[in-house]
Design a binder for this molecule. Structure first.
Ligand code: SF4
Ligand code: SF4
Length: 308
């Protein structure tokens, strides 16, 4: 697979553009979040990012039961039940956004907006001065940004060719031929590694880890700057064996820098707003001491460890 179809201004499905971001690479950045991901990690904090289509979120606690959404819905997806409660038939919902416009209580939103590269670039380039002064730039995140390769490559090219520092935050599950082409316009790669055990990786994320580990090694080999990112999820990948395996893998391939991302519960309400249950409802956050244990193990391999 290669990125062979040329369009000067392709469209991408975007679910967020965050200006003045400081956690997705160096300096002050604009992070563009692309929708759609080949993985479905149980702990994903952006569940609205996973499907490559617009999705409507309904925040029940904010709803004042005016039923305007029922009246405007063109597909009958919004339904008022006998007890007065509202039900959304997700099979019928197209994510058209009519109910978002009608809802004066702000109980609804749509995740996913088709935008051209030019439209996104206009927003990104507004902060060029901040990038220049802080050593920042643009970061493409997701979802998985490389799963929309034409859009990602064109947006990165426009920034890179104008001297804006470019970064991608990737799950690494991308054919090498596609990733290699995108990397030509990338200064820094933030590369997620979730689990070193292939069977557990598949169980928790839906895919095995071979392609991901191969790609991490190849990126390092081509001399590209790469920072490994490991989400630490208690009961899933937060154990000595896995963290040691991660340290050993990094040492083997000369990967020097790792950021750990301790589990948090910030995305939980979005699962319910999407009409899904949250699979890790019982999980608690890690203590400072537990996070330090992981840091120590990784540092014992001589790695430069950060906590995000
Ligand atoms: S997004 Fe459109 S189809 Fe979905 S519930 Fe709202 S109005 Fe209906
Ligand atoms: S329009 Fe908003 S406030 Fe009114 S019933 Fe629908 S979701 Fe609730």
């Amino acid at each position: 697979m290669t990125i062979n179809e040329q369009s000067s201004d392709p469209k991408g499905l975007i679910f967020n553009i965050q200006r003045y971001s400081t956690e997705d690479g160096p300096g002050i950045r604009t992070t563009v979040f692309l929708k759609g991901c080949p993985l479905s990690c149980l702990w994903c904090s952006n569940p609205e990012s996973q499907l490559h289509k617009p999705q409507m979120l309904y925040f029940k606690n904010t709803c004042v039961k005016c039923y305007s959404c029922v009246e405007v819905c063109p597909t009958g997806a919004n339904q008022k039940k006998e007890d007065g409660s509202l039900w959304v038939d997700r099979e019928l919902c197209t994510g058209c956004g009519a109910c978002v416009q009608a809802c004066l209580a702000n109980a609804r939103s749509v995740s996913g907006n088709w935008m051209t590269v030019s439209e996104v670039f206009d927003i990104v380039s507004k902060d060029s001065l901040y990038y220049a002064n802080s050593g920042g730039g643009i970061t493409l995140g997701g979802g998985e940004c490389t799963s929309q390769p034409k859009f990602a490559l064109e947006l990165l090219s426009r920034c890179y060719d104008r001297g804006i520092h470019t970064c991608i935050d990737t799950c690494g599950y991308t054919p090498w031929s596609v990733l290699e082409e995108i990397l030509k316009k990338v200064d820094l790669v933030l590369f997620d590694i979730k689990h070193l055990d292939s069977r557990k990786h598949k169980e928790y994320t839906g895919v095995d880890n071979q392609l991901i580990l191969d790609n991490a090694a190849k990126i390092k080999k081509m001399g590209k700057e790469i920072i490994i990112r490991i989400p630490l999820i208690p009961g899933y990948n937060f154990d000595e064996k896995n963290i040691t395996a991660a340290g050993r893998f990094m040492k083997l391939w000369g990967l020097e820098r790792v950021d750990i991302l301790p589990y948090h519960r910030l995305g939980v309400s979005k699962y319910y707003a999407l009409g899904q249950g949250y699979p890790l409802e019982e999980l608690k956050s890690l203590s400072k001491e537990e996070i330090q244990e992981a840091v120590k193990i990784l540092e014992s391999f001589g790695l430069n460890v950060g906590v995000v």
